[in-house]
Design a protein around this ligand. Structure first.
Ligand SMILES: [Zn+2]
Length: 61
């Protein structure tokens, strides 16, 4: 199996970690309620996905 020739520098390690973090934070406003939601995920605020109600969210908040 291939073994890395050199230790990854702190900078390179951080770059890799933060690239993942960026992907998690990538969000768009929900078309229904405007809250930030992850793309290709059901909106956690109103429970809709592509204009369809998929989750029943209790209104008493
Ligand atoms: Zn929503």
């Amino acid at each position: 199996m291939g073994v890395p020739k050199r230790k990854k520098s702190k900078s390179k390690k951080r770059m890799r970690i933060h690239s993942h973090k960026k992907a998690i934070l990538a969000s768009r406003p929900c078309p229904k309620c405007g809250a930030p939601q992850l793309s290709h995920r059901v909106c956690p605020k109103c429970g809709t996905y592509r204009g369809r109600q998929v989750l029943i969210i209790s209104a008493d908040e």
